[in-house]
Structure formats: C-alpha cells, structure tokens
Design a protein around this ligand. Structure first.
Ligand SMILES: Nc1nc2c(ncn2[C@@H]2O[C@H](COP(=O)(O)OP(=O)(O)OP(=O)(O)O)[C@@H](O)[C@H]2O)c(=O)[nH]1
Length: 519
C-alpha cells in the first residue's frame, strides 16, 4: 500500500529547530578560509563524474554523449554565436503590451526567471543546503492561491517564479525523479497509483510533500516522492527494472534530435487535456506529418494496433510505448518526442490525461514553455472533461497556468465526431474560454484551433474537404492551422503566440519561432 501522509499531523517542530547549526560537522581548515562540511567535501571527491540531462535530469556517465534515458544530446543545441539580442528585463513583453498598452510594469518576475535560469546550479546547491525551506513553504501557499480564482492577477508573477524555481531545482534531481522520461520497460502498478485520485489531492500532496521530505524544500523531490509512492509496494522490483531499463533502453532514431547543426534553442511544449481527448494521437500524427516517424514505422504501429483490436490507436502508439499503456489505451508517463524547426528544437511532452497519473502530468507541466490543451469535441465528452468531478480539462488548465505557462493553443479535437459543426466549436469556445479567463489566461494568448487528429484535418495543412464541404468554415479561421500557430510561438520567459489576425502583439524578430516554412 502506498504511504499516505497525513499532513495535518505533521510536526513542524523540527522544521523550525533546524536553525541550530552548532552540531553541524565542519572541518577546521588551516588556511583560515571558510570551512566546508566534511561530508560535503568527501562526497565531492568520491562522486563519479556525471552530467545531468537537461530534459529528464538523469545523471548520465561522463562518456555518454546523449542521455541514456530520453536521448537528448548532452551538448546544448544552443548556438552561442546566434545573433539573437539578449533578453532585456526592462523591456515589456508582447503580452504586457497587449494588456497594458505600452506601460507595462510586469518586469520583476521575468527578471527573476532568467536570474534563476542562469544560476541554476548555484540555486540548486543552496536548495540542497536547505536554505529555501521558507521560500518553498511560502510557495506552497502560492500554489493554493493559484488554484483559487481570487487574486489571480497578483499571483501570476509568483506562479512564474514558482515554475522557475521548480525548473531550476528539477535539473538537479536524481534519476528516480525522472517521471517525464518514459521508463519504457517498466510499468506502473495501477492500484498503487490510484491514491492520486484527484488533482486536488495531487496538488496538496505535491505541496505538503515538499515540507515532509527531509526539509529539502524542493517541489521536484516532492514529485519524486509522489512518483515513487505511486510505485511503492514493489519498490525493489521497480528499481531493479528501472536499472535494467536504463541500461537496455535505446531511443529510436526518430526520437533523437536531428544533428543538423548547433543553432537550436530548446522549447518544451506540453500536450495536456482530459483522458482520451486525443493527445497522443495528435502528437503521433504531428510527428508523422513532420517526418519524425517514418512511413515504415507508422505501418508497423498500424499493424500492431490492428492485431490487438485497437486500430484507432495507431498514432498514439508512437508515444504510448509500454505494453501496459497500449493494453489499457492510456498514457501513463510523460512521453518525450522531438521535432526541429529552423531555429528551435521542440520537445513534445505528451502528458497522461488519466486522473491517476496527474502527478506525472505535473512533472511535464513544470518543464514546459507552452502548452497545447487538447479538447474532445464529441458530444458528452467535452462536458465530462469540463463539468464533472472526474473531468480533467479544468484541472489541467489550472495546473499548467499555475506553473507559469500563459500561452496556450486550445486544440478542439475530434471535430469529425461532430460533423465539423461550427456551432459546436463556438459553444466549446464560449464555455471553456470563460473558464480559461478565470484561470488567468488572457484572450490574446489563447489560440483556438478546430481539428481532427484522426482524419488529419487542420494540423499541418488546411482542411482538405471541398471548398463548400463541412470543414469550409475551418479554412476561414485565420491561422487556424496548428502548424501556423507554432510559427508564432515564443520561447520562455515570454511564451507568446502572436495574434496575427488582430496584430495586437508586437513582433520581435529575434524571439520568433519559425518552425515551419509555410508557402
Ligand atoms: N473520432 C476521433 N477520434 C479520435 C481523434 N483523435 C483521437 N481519437 C481517438 O480517441 C481515442 C484516445 O486517443 P488517445 O490519443 O490515446 O487519447 P489521449 O488523450 O492521449 O489519452 P490519454 O493519454 O490516456 O489521456 C483513440 O481511440 C483515438 O483513436 C479524432 O480526431 N477523432
């Protein structure tokens, strides 16, 4: 049985007594310089040389050039010689310009973001030393606030800081926290995961767990706890399998980034949404259309899926690789895939939509620069995702926003199931739009795209039905293609989709994400 922490009984006494440093084991150094803890220096000398993967944070051996788990290249693909103007903190973001005219004052937290980013290592070290306990506990209440509608505007900056903090700290977490990198050979015991039944539980576990985990004050380690709790009950087996999978796992060719050059900047794109909304199918279809999955590979997926009587899941199988995921037809851990644009290396984080795996979804959300919220347009399904206790559309939207993602493509999928009805699309847009605004998303940063991943409508090309056919109205939506919207995506800290139809965001050439050449 997974251990459930009763946070109300948590004894905070130790936490506050932690200030007593007298017992700390210091070596006295002859040269009179500041002493270092003995245990720390010992650790440093005995530590094997490893490098930490920027995506899944797995500690790889020095000799590896790509991450053993997720296949990301060790050498950052960022070209330092790129002629990109450095980001200036005192310059308002396109978002700010939209919302406040030309008088933005929202620069403080963004500055913090890059500060944090550039000082990941040092902040990590200080976090390790327990110096962020107070900050972390303050963030706990921030998250709680975020999930409530009130004070949304005031807490946006803090949410961004939280996200940045989580990102910074997650880079140092050990391999056991790598829930976002798929453990291809391992499986998760369904029963063990069911304790994370609701997103509220997950969030409170996430937050409270921060304090209960040996005062490291680190949300990442908390997620690690959740992840390992989910897998508890058979931890020995799991770790054995994990070790096994780490050594045996070889990413497929299409999963590895192109080694075209060194001019890429990484952009993490989370795919979130209610269970079965079509996230994996959308991701798989996209990867296939962009040539990341070969015809041959796709043919193999189709054949295998048909054999198991799950023909419609063929594209999803490109992402859902483990036997259990395929058998159950759901994503359980965050699947990582890549495609490259002219300037950007886009990391697709296909998140689980099932309520049992919200903690895994969170691990992807904390890493993302932007997100695609996938909606199932079919009658009844959208309503379940939106309005019921089990519906995760709302929770995912809140979560992604609470981790600082403020730019969202809303992919209204399965339009084929409602005969490409414009009325249905409009009705979804009104209902969900109201909710998203209440979460703190701005209209200017939301992009709505009706599409069908299964029938390949409106993903990388315009709907291909006859000019007066059912998808005619979709062709009229400016920049309605999913692909078109990638063109105007900006990298964090100002992840922004330009709204070309209104022209309300100022284009900043150096930030522009030009993923695709569109004639
Ligand atoms: N009609 C229709 N069905 C679709 C479409 N996209 C996906 N589906 C079907 O929806 C089902 C679920 O698809 P998935 O891609 O596994 O959904 P998911 O959101 O990734 O599921 P989880 O990760 O488990 O939350 C499959 O049977 C797909 O074939 C679509 O555009 N139209």
């Amino acid at each position: 049985m997974p251990h459930k922490v009763n946070y109300e009984d948590y004894d905070y006494g130790d936490y506050y007594e932690y200030e007593d440093y007298d017992d700390y084991d210091y070596d006295v150094e002859d040269n009179g310089e500041a002493p270092t803890p003995a245990s720390e220096s010992k650790q440093e000398t005995s530590k094997p040389r490893v490098w930490s993967c920027a995506i899944c944070t797995y500690d790889n051996e020095e000799g590896m050039s790509v991450c053993d788990i997720c296949g990301v290249l060790r050498t950052p693909l960022v070209n330092n010689n790129r002629k990109t103007a450095p980001f200036k903190f005192d310059v308002p973001s396109p978002d700010d310009l939209v919302s406040n005219g030309l008088h933005s004052s929202k620069t403080g937290s963004k500055g913090n973001f890059l500060d944090l980013k550039s000082s990941r290592v040092s902040s990590s070290v200080s976090e390790k030393n327990g110096s962020v306990n107070t900050r972390s506990s303050a963030k706990k209440s921030d998250i709680a606030n975020v999930l409530m509608p009130k004070d949304k505007q005031d807490s946006v900056d803090e949410r961004n800081s939280l996200k940045n903090e989580v990102r910074a700290s997650s880079r140092i977490s050990d391999s056991s926290s790598v829930v976002m990198a798929k453990d291809r050979l391992g499986t998760i015991d369904e029963g063990n995961c069911s304790n994370h039944g609701t997103v509220d539980d997950s969030i409170s576990s996430s937050v409270d767990g921060t304090e209960s985990s040996s005062h490291t004050g680190n949300l990442t380690s908390n997620m690690k706890n959740m992840s390992s709790t989910a897998k508890s009950g058979n931890s020995t087996n799991v770790s054995a399998r994990k070790t096994n999978s780490h050594t045996q796992y070889k990413p497929e060719k299409w999963m590895l980034p192109d080694k075209k050059g060194d001019r890429m900047t990484q952009l993490n794109l989370a795919i979130v949404g209610h269970v079965d909304s079509g996230k994996s199918t959308l991701s798989g279809r996209l990867l296939f259309l962009l040539g990341r999955i070969t015809q041959k590979q796709m043919h193999k997926y189709e054949k295998e899926a048909k054999l198991q009587g799950k023909g419609s899941f063929a594209y999803a199988w490109a992402l859902d690789e483990s036997a259990e995921e395929r058998e159950r037809g759901i994503t359980m851990t965050v699947a990582v895939a890549y495609f490259d644009s002219k300037n950007y290396h886009v990391v697709v984080l296909d998140s689980p939509g099932h309520k049992d795996f919200v903690p895994n979804m969170i691990s992807g959300a904390t890493q993302s620069d932007a997100a695609i919220l996938v909606i199932d347009a079919s009658v009844g399904s959208f309503e379940v995702g939106m309005n019921t206790a089990k519906g995760l559309t709302r929770e995912h939207a809140q979560l992604i926003r609470s981790f600082g993602v403020d730019q969202l493509i809303v992919a209204v999928n399965k339009m084929d199931a409602v005969q490409y009805s414009k009325d249905r699309f409009d009705s979804i847009k009104v209902q969900l739009g109201t909710f998203l605004r209440s979460c703190g998303f701005k209209d200017a940063s939301l992009t709505w795209i009706p599409l069908s991943a299964l029938e390949n409508q409106n993903l990388v090309t315009a709907p291909d039905d006859g000019i007066r056919g059912p998808v005619y109205w979709m062709q009229l939506i400016p920049y309605g293609l999913l692909l078109e919207n990638f063109r105007s995506l900006y990298l964090c800290p100002y992840v922004t989709f330009l709204n070309h139809s209104t022209g309300r965001c100022l284009p900043v050439a150096n930030w522009r994400l030009e993923l695709f050449e569109v004639d």
